[in-house]
Design a protein around this ligand. Structure first.
Ligand SMILES: *[C@@H]1O[C@H](CO)[C@@H](O)[C@H](O)[C@H]1NC(C)=O
Ligand SMILES: *[C@@H]1O[C@H](CO)[C@@H](O)[C@H](O)[C@H]1NC(C)=O
Length: 634
């Protein structure tokens, strides 16, 4: 391979420096300097007949966070300005003459792997690691697969085992051989053919099979992403907090912000492949991540093709893309894990449980790690639950959060995982349980939302049972509201207030019965905003097993927050059960006139009748279950 000196002219070198200095100015204006990461740069001048080549080598040194700021402000020379700029940009692009950084696996659970400095060339993910570092790289089949659609046949399972063309681990020497041009005369520095895709990237290796569903995209894929990402970049809990299920930290919904995710790449899906028919996936993605750049299969193909060596052409050498920070998810790999594969069948559960076991899951009993997404959606939908925190903040004149730029330069640092993980006794790490939900405040109003599937194509209740169910729920709500009215009447009589003086009666008497409300929701008749608003107000979400129950991820956590899922008797699936519990809420499976809950949950089963339209549900049983649950008898 011949290095051509004309490849980088003096003009290019100057532009490089100008670009880097303006990055420096940018970083001075906007950086927060929270995290240690500094790169010093040495520039040597090598003169040749016609060209001057600036040699730039990058070395990484770690400095104390407090000192970063000082260093930046006192540096003056162009050379050191470059270094300062580098020290504050999150995504460390690989400069043309830089040595290629080796790959680090910052966090890993089956199907969920957070990489720093990983590469892609010709469609293959390359992990660069020397013999020693290789020991810390997880098994490839626990990170990725061929990305083919899943079926439950031995042939199909085998066809999803990853191949060398999907992922490889190579040595730094091999990476250099592939992607770096070395001048045989040693006159010029090594020039790499690696281009950085800056920022934080989500790389989804899944086919459209499970993307085009509201539940799978939002309550499984992004639910897992949020648990993993928020967990990875959160400070680890103290050992004491991690082991104590009653620590107040497990009840907190406010945690320091984590670095933004800049880009999502659906490697095996076109633009249509992740958009569900009711349109909730696009609504969710834009509302929760308004600045997220979405790339599709076509874009990934662009990147593959532009790094594919063309036979018959002049050999210019292989190119590669460099990703400074990537969360790679793979559904098949998640199913190879114990938690997902043998226990919950939910890919997100691998991400969630890994962070829990490492003392990194924030606000476990109230979905604190999920709160940023939940609140973003509430606010987008115009739900009071989302507007109130923003108004409160405005009143306190605490605008700090709103001023933060999505593309700001803060660097994400992962602590408390891998070799720095504290030695937690995994069997003793706190888990969720209904008893912890009892410590939450009661809702100000009990709102029952029955998500009806009666106008769906399949999985409906027997029409008479549906009618009786609504009748029973109405009876319950009316009776509760009458009890409340009677309470005020009696209290006012005793206290000598006017008949309607509820506020004074409440203040003086206390223990006021709550107001109840029933919503029978036919999702297809409501706008997206209306559905989210309804979910945000819901205390008890009730429905036949199905996609509509996905809205549970936007319920507000309270003492009584409960999901009641009706199945054909004998049937059960973990989807909404696991998801409810992962947010600290209770879940009951109803089989006509019986119900089951954790830890006495049924086994997964899809008996005949599961998908059909004559599912029995005994209304009075469901109403009694709700009454007992709100009274904390269950
Ligand atoms: C690039 O990838 C394609 C598809 O996997 C493969 O057939 C081809 O051999 C690869 N080319 C090189 C040079 O690795
Ligand atoms: C459902 O429960 C009710 C009340 O116990 C009972 O009368 C009815 O026969 C049950 N339906 C089925 C299909 O088991």
């Amino acid at each position: 391979m011949i290095f051509r000196p004309g490849g980088l002219t003096r003009r290019d070198a100057i532009l490089l420096l100008v670009g880097a200095s303006s990055m420096h100015i940018w970083s001075l204006l906007f950086s927060q300097h929270d995290y240690p990461s500094d790169q010093s740069i040495v520039i040597n001048n090598h003169a040749s007949q016609d060209h001057v080549v600036e040699r730039i080598t990058l070395t990484t040194t770690v400095v104390e966070p407090a000192r970063t700021q000082t260093r930046i402000q006192t540096q003056t020379a162009t050379v050191t300005k470059l270094a300062a700029a580098k020290s504050t940009t999150k995504s460390r692009a690989v400069a043309p003459f830089a040595e290629l950084p080796s790959t680090e696996v910052l966090a890993h659970a089956p199907g969920w792997t957070l990489f720093r400095d990983v590469y892609m060339s010709n469609g293959t993910i390359f992990i660069v690691a020397d013999e020693n570092a290789r020991k810390n790289i997880p098994e490839i089949r626990m990170m990725t697969s061929t990305g083919l659609p899943a079926e439950n046949t031995p042939e199909n399972i085998a066809s999803r085992e990853p191949l060398p063309e999907n992922m490889q681990i190579i040595t730094p020497e091999e990476a250099k051989r592939r992607w770096v041009t070395v001048d045989p005369d040693g006159k010029y520095p090594d020039l790499n053919r690696v281009w950085s895709v800056e920022g934080n990237t989500l790389l989804f290796n899944d086919p459209t099979q499970f993307l085009r569903h509201y539940y799978h995209l939002v309550a499984e894929l992004f639910f897992g992403v949020q648990a993993f990402w928020h967990g990875a970049f959160s400070e680890p809990l103290s050992t004491r907090d991690a082991l104590s299920p009653t620590s107040s930290i497990h009840y907190s919904q406010t945690h320091p912000a984590v670095p933004p995710i800049h880009r999502a790449i659906f490697a095996h899906s076109n633009a249509d492949g992740w958009r569900d028919n009711p349109g909730f996936n696009r609504y969710f993605l834009r509302a929760a991540f308004p600045s997220l750049i979405v790339e599709h299969q076509e874009d990934w193909e662009d990147r593959i093709r532009s790094t594919r060596p063309k036979p018959g052409q002049i050999q210019t050498g292989e190119r590669a893309w460099h990703f400074p920070m990537v969360l790679l998810t793979d559904r098949s790999a998640a199913h190879r894990g114990w938690m997902c594969g043998s226990n919950t069948q939910r890919t997100a559960s691998e991400a969630w449980d890994y962070m829990r076991l490492n003392g990194k899951l924030r606000g476990m009993h109230v979905g604190g790690w999920w709160a940023p997404v939940r609140e973003a959606i509430w606010r987008f939908a115009g739900a009071d639950e989302g507007l109130k925190p923003v108004l409160d903040k405005a009143r306190q004149r605490d605008r700090k959060e709103e001023d933060q730029s999505y593309f700001g330069p803060e660097t994400g640092v992962v602590r408390g995982l891998g070799s720095s993980a504290p030695a937690l006794d995994k069997a003793k790490v706190a888990d969720i349980g209904a008893e912890h939900q009892k410590k939450l405040p009661m809702p100000s109003k009990v709102v029952i939302t029955y998500i009806s599937r009666q106008s769906a194509r399949n999985r409906k209740l027997i029409p008479e049972d549906h009618a009786l169910l609504i009748e029973s729920l109405k009876e319950l709500v009316d009776r509760k509201n009458k009890e409340r009215a009677k309470f005020f009447k009696d209290a006012n009589k005793v206290l000598g207030f006017g008949d309607d003086d509820r506020k004074r009666a409440t203040d003086e008497a206390g223990g006021v019965p709550l107001e109840w409300e029933l919503n029978v929701m036919e999702a297809e008749k409501l706008t997206h905003d209306q559905q989210i608003q309804a979910a945000a107000r819901t205390t008890i979400m009730l429905g036949v097993h199905g996609n509509g129950l996905t809205h549970l991820v936007f319920m507000k956590p309270t003492r009584a927050s409960t999901v009641i899922e009706m199945f054909y008797p004998g049937g059960f699936a973990h989807d909404y059960y696991w998801t409810s519990r992962a947010l600290g809420m209770s879940h009951f499976a109803v089989w006509n006139d019986t119900h089951r809950t954790y830890p006495d949950k049924p086994n997964v089963d899809y008996p005949k009748g599961f998908q059909e339209n004559s599912i029995p549900a005994h209304g009075p049983t469901v109403a009694q279950l709700i009454e007992d649950r709100v009274a904390m008898k269950l």
